[in-house]
Design a protein around this ligand. Structure first.
Ligand code: ZN
Length: 443
């Protein structure tokens, strides 16, 4: 707050009016307030609040948070005595964001179960919370790593986003070895890496060639604690490497029997068409390497209730890394934008996701820009960041809104993204489960 005071004398006067009830020590830059350890309430004051993509904005609102939950949201509402007040003048307060496509396969996560909490927190901040993500869906990693992270956040040992994970990916025959073993794909494996102490991987743990194998692997994933199943429908480097339709169908049936969702990596036309025909729950990428998405394809996906995670920024990353000329990179990315445009226009379900962890760049700004280019407005993008993933992954869209009595997952953006375009990466403050997990130096 001291930085804010020196920049904004007007705001200080406004804060002064409520200081009689706020605790004298206002939140310090970078200071973490854990509500579980501080029975005092946190009060966000003078906030422009947009509780959900469908609701009206509330000007000059006060949000009170206690015991990890939102206690009240009121215009010029009262503040419980002794609250930690955080002045949000000039900021917009939104529900915490979801990144629905991430991975924990980078080397820094390999000792996630035992690494010091500060190091884990620093990694989670760098990748997620500094950009406003209070929930992430890991779409393919070593379950030992992601389950350890999920547990350490859930039990309060480290502060960070709530984590869900698909565990290790299920590949077609001859599909896993390249992804798991090749040194050039060490950072992209989406499953345990080969190490000196583990010279040979048992590929039967990763590849399904028959429906029986698919059923066995789905059971293995769910027994290991996966929250969903991830299928790699087709290899990008060899279109002939495919999960056969009966294998995909068996995996979907086995997952759905246990009320778990199936996330799918399409790669190419076969993967895309199979995802649509067989009814996966989430298609994890657009497919710029295929034809534009036809009305028939879109209707089939919609009919099955499939959601799309576009990952548009990824296409620039992939082609640039492969050495493609700039105009080829642009055209490829644009093909993905056009697919999203068609899907959005048709009213399809969209879950924001970047593939960070596979892609080292964590900043979501480019993804927001490309979603806008595809015709999505601020509230459409906000829906893909909040209520839509909450509906898909928790069964209740309200879990992605700011509501009295609900868990306090809140992302505060500098300025007004509703007016200034989707500048949603200017994050000022992030609260996850009632704990302040990130504050920009400005606050
Ligand atoms: Zn991925």
């Amino acid at each position: 707050m001291s930085a804010r005071k020196s920049f904004r004398p007007l705001a200080v006067m406004v804060v002064g009016a409520v200081l009689n009830v706020c605790a004298s020590g206002l939140a310090h830059p970078q200071q973490k307030i854990k509500s579980a350890q501080h029975p005092r309430a946190i009060a966000l004051i003078h906030a422009l609040v947009i509780p959900s993509p469908a609701s009206d904005a509330i000007a000059d609102a006060t949000i009170v948070i206690r015991d990890g939950k939102v206690v009240s949201i009121r215009q010029s509402g009262s503040i419980p005595p002794g609250s930690e007040c955080i002045d949000c003048t000039g900021d917009t307060v939104l529900a915490g964001f979801w990144n629905s496509h991430v991975h924990f396969t980078e080397p820094i996560w390999q000792d996630a179960a035992t690494a010091p909490a500060e190091r884990v927190e620093a990694g989670l901040t760098k990748m997620f919370t500094r950009f406003g993500f209070t929930h992430v869906f890991d779409t393919g990693s070593d379950i030992k790593v992601s389950a350890a992270l999920r547990k350490r956040v859930a039990n309060g040992e480290v502060t960070g986003p709530e984590i869900r994970t698909a565990g290790a990916i299920i590949y077609p025959r001859n599909g896993a070895a390249k992804m798991l073993n090749a040194s050039e794909h060490r950072d992209v494996a989406g499953a345990p890496l080969r190490t000196p102490t583990q010279p040979e991987l048992d590929l039967s743990l990763y590849e399904a060639e028959t429906p029986e194998q698919a059923k066995r692997l789905v059971a293995n994933r769910l027994n290991s604690g996966s929250d969903a199943i991830k299928l790699y429908l087709q290899a990008w480097w060899d279109p002939a490497i495919q999960l056969p339709a009966p294998v995909i169908a068996a995996a979907i049936a086995a997952a759905h029997k246990e009320h778990k969702l199936v996330l799918a990596h399409p790669s190419n036309s076969y993967g895309l068409q199979s995802a649509a025909a067989l009814g996966v729950d989430v298609l994890l990428h657009t497919t710029p390497q295929t034809e534009p998405w036809s009305t028939t394809l879109i209707e089939q996906l919609k009919h099955n209730g499939t959601s799309i995670t576009p990952t548009l920024k990824l296409w620039r990353f992939e082609l640039t890394r492969a050495g493609a000329p700039a105009e080829v990179v642009d055209a490829f990315q644009e093909a993905g934008v056009q697919q999203l445009r068609a899907w959005h226009r048709a009213g399809g379900s969209i879950l924001f996701g970047t593939d960070v962890g596979y892609m080292p760049e964590a900043d979501p700004a480019e993804e927001y820009r490309l979603m806008q280019k595809a015709g999505m407005g601020f509230r459409d993008i906000l829906r893909s960041l909040t209520t839509e993933p909450a509906r898909k992954y928790t069964g209740n869209a309200a879990n992605g809104a700011i509501q009295t009595g609900k868990k306090a997952d809140i992302t505060v953006i500098q300025g007004n993204p509703n007016k200034d375009g989707a500048d949603l990466n200017r994050v000022a403050l992030v609260i996850a489960g009632g704990n302040v997990v990130y504050q920009s130096a400005r606050k």
